[in-house]
Write a protein that binds this ligand. Structure first.
Ligand SMILES: Cc1cc2nc3c(=O)[nH]c(=O)nc-3n(C[C@H](O)[C@H](O)[C@H](O)COP(=O)(O)OP(=O)(O)OC[C@H]3O[C@@H](n4cnc5c(N)ncnc54)[C@H](O)[C@@H]3O)c2cc1C
Length: 319
């Protein structure tokens, strides 16, 4: 039995299936892996894809009550039942891979809890060295790498790898597991309009953020700047604490992670806790009156000026 197994909920679609197979292929490095397809109806097409990607065993784990349900809180019961039903994985530290992304990470953590395993989370590197599993994760917005060694399994993780390669000649043992365990009820969502004029931080191509150096009048100008450039508004923790921006717009280690093309930081000193929320790929434009502010060490473009002088002129120019 191979030591890498990938669990793929059918309701997460073809992209999740291919991403999970690509990750399993990369980590198993030609040793082969097992694939557990979680579905309400078995799919010969998905089983064939997993086989062609290098799965040596494919477990079609069918629970009729799953339907289109894609919620990790519901899926965890079905996946745990399927994992208990299949033969023990090989190696000292068996690795269970979930499709990369927020849902996969949540399911990985729930499974680790329910099956007494290790939650390794979102990894950028996963490989075996002897019996140990080595993992690398990024932290502080990609500015640091954390290396982990897992000596006791099973480990539950996600890895974003390249595209899976498919081999038409491959073959696998295909099994069907009938699942009957009780599934918790899916959460019912109550959708409402938020009343927010500005788009959310998530996915914004341009974010204009203000810090402790900016007051209420300044934030009104930052909002105008963000809107006129088709972007959105963010803030540092002190700006949130001062009530200038809602907490859902806080950028940083205890706020949101953003990866816009352009990040405009106004009256923000550039602490590590704040920068942890800004992608390394973003182009940082800093406006600060202190030429020695740390933000200028990471900014692609720095303007030494008080915002009171600069923002009105900039908005006039944009008009
Ligand atoms: C566990 C922990 C988690 C944290 N999480 C976060 C987080 O998620 N996000 C976050 O932001 N912080 C976080 N912090 C706080 C962080 O350490 C800093 O205190 C914070 O980032 C500083 O915010 P700031 O740059 O707005 O303020 P300051 O560091 O006070 O900087 C204000 C800047 O404004 C400039 N300025 C002043 N007046 C003007 C003017 N008129 N024109 C132009 N520039 C001016 C000043 O020169 C200065 O550089 C966290 C801290 C801890 C301990």
């Amino acid at each position: 039995m191979s030591r890498v197994l990938t669990v793929i909920p059918q309701a997460w679609g073809a992209q999740a299936l291919e991403a999970a197979l690509g990750a399993a292929q990369q980590v198993s490095a030609g040793e082969g892996f097992a694939a557990v397809l979680i579905c309400s109806q078995s799919s010969a097409q998905d089983a064939e894809l997993a086989t062609r990607a290098g799965a040596r065993q494919v477990y079609q784990s069918v629970h009729a009550a799953l339907g289109e349900c894609d919620e990790p809180q519901v899926l965890v019961a079905a996946v745990a039942e399927a994992l208990r039903a299949i033969p023990r994985l090989g190696g000292e530290v068996p690795l269970v891979l979930l499709p990369p992304g927020p849902q996969g990470e949540e399911l990985a953590a729930l499974l680790a809890d329910s099956l007494d395993g290790q939650a390794v989370g979102r990894c950028v590197v996963l490989r075996f060295e002897g019996d140990a599993l080595l993992a690398e994760r990024t932290a502080w917005g990609g500015r640091m790498r954390v290396s982990l060694q897992v000596n006791r399994g099973p480990a539950f993780a996600c890895l974003r790898a390249g595209r899976a390669l498919f081999n038409i000649e491959a073959s696998a043992d295909i099994f069907t597991i009938e699942l009957h365990g009780h599934l918790p009820k899916a959460l019912t969502l109550d959708k409402r309009e938020s009343g927010q004029r500005l788009p959310p931080l998530e996915g914004a191509k341009l974010v204009v953020s203000g810090g402790r150096g900016v007051n209420e009048q300044g934030f009104a100008l930052l909002e105008q700047l963000a809107l006129s450039l088709g972007g959105t508004l963010g803030g540092s923790l002190p700006a949130v604490d001062a009530g200038m921006v809602p907490v859902m717009r806080q950028v940083g280690v205890s706020g949101k992670f953003v990866s816009p093309h352009i990040y405009v930081a106004v009256g923000i000193s550039g602490t590590l806790q704040h920068l942890a929320g800004v992608s390394l790929e973003s182009c940082i434009v800093a406006i600060n009156q202190d030429p020695d502010a740390d933000i200028f060490k990471v900014a692609n473009l720095g303007i030494v000026a008080p915002w009171e002088a600069l923002l009105p002129a900039l908005l006039d120019e944009l008009r």
